[in-house]
Design a protein around this ligand. Structure first.
Ligand SMILES: [Zn+2]
Length: 269
């Protein structure tokens, strides 16, 4: 080998290893990379890479055809396996166990927002929630710009909607609370300062109803879709689009509003 070629070989050996063919982020992992630029810095076939160096496993290889397994033990990939459809043209009633956004891999949110009450609390920021319509100052996380996004929701509702809807949305019954979902061992998204409940006077919740003789819950919604559309515009999904509906509940899940994870309605001219 000539000296020049040897030098070239040494330089190549010292450089970063070339990417393994196929070791690129799966299509739906790109939803996270695009949606969380402040905290997610890339990914490979097997893990999402957070900017602080943490890696979130993508696929645990387990079969999730059983809904309880999907709900109680999902991996990150499963959380975007159902596509959320923004806007008024959504499946109503939602099909059985159709829950885009209700499937959550908690270690991902703990890594983003904090894994203890104190860690989450240290990152909260105030949001002036519909103060001109009877609202109040509430606390949301400032990580990923969530508090700023909720402030934009408030500003748009104040500017765009009639008084009746403004006053309904102004009634907020909770943002940050470190707790588990009632009756389950699953951590509520309210624990991370990314969820808000509003308009309880016109809200419906699957667990307030009785299933029919076939065990099916009957869908009900009285919450105005004008408010829903403004939340969605700023990265929040609505619990009113789930089979297990929770129509006062919104949570910041911009990955579900990012292609290819979002179900964009086909518009006909
Ligand atoms: Zn809620």
């Amino acid at each position: 080998m000539t000296g020049g070629l040897l030098l070239l070989a040494l330089v190549l050996a010292a450089a970063a290893p070339p990417p393994v063919p196929g070791d690129t982020p799966p299509p739906t992992m790109r939803c996270f990379i695009a949606a969380y630029p402040e905290t997610v810095c890339g990914g490979s076939a097997d893990a999402l890479a957070l900017c602080d160096g943490a890696r979130i496993p993508w696929d645990d290889g387990r079969d999730k055809s059983d809904f309880d397994t999907l709900l109680n033990a999902p991996d990150l990939q499963d959380t975007v396996s159902m596509r959320y459809r923004p806007g008024r043209d959504y499946a109503s009633p939602p099909p059985l166990n159709f829950e885009p956004g209700r499937i959550r891999y908690v270690p991902f949110f703990e890594a983003l927002y904090g894994a203890t009450r104190a860690e989450v609390k240290a990152k909260l920021a105030p949001v002036r929630w519909l103060l001109a319509s009877g609202g109040k100052v509430v606390q949301m996380t400032r990580v990923n710009g969530v508090a700023a996004a909720l402030q934009r929701v408030s500003d748009d509702i104040e500017r765009e909607l009639p008084r009746e809807l403004r006053e309904l949305a102004a009634k907020c019954s909770g943002t940050f609370v470190w707790r588990e979902i009632h009756g389950t061992g699953r951590r509520s998204m309210h624990s991370f300062g990314v969820a808000i409940d509003v308009g309880v006077a016109r809200s419906d919740y699957w667990d307030w109803t009785r299933p029919d003789k076939d065990g099916r819950y009957r869908y009900r919604n009285r919450f105005p879709l004008e408010v829903v559309e403004i939340f969605e515009r700023h990265g929040f999904v609505w619990g009113g689009k789930w089979y297990h509906f929770d129509t006062m509940h919104f949570e910041y899940r911009p990955e579900l509003l990012t292609p290819p994870c979002v179900d964009t309605p086909v518009t006909t001219p």
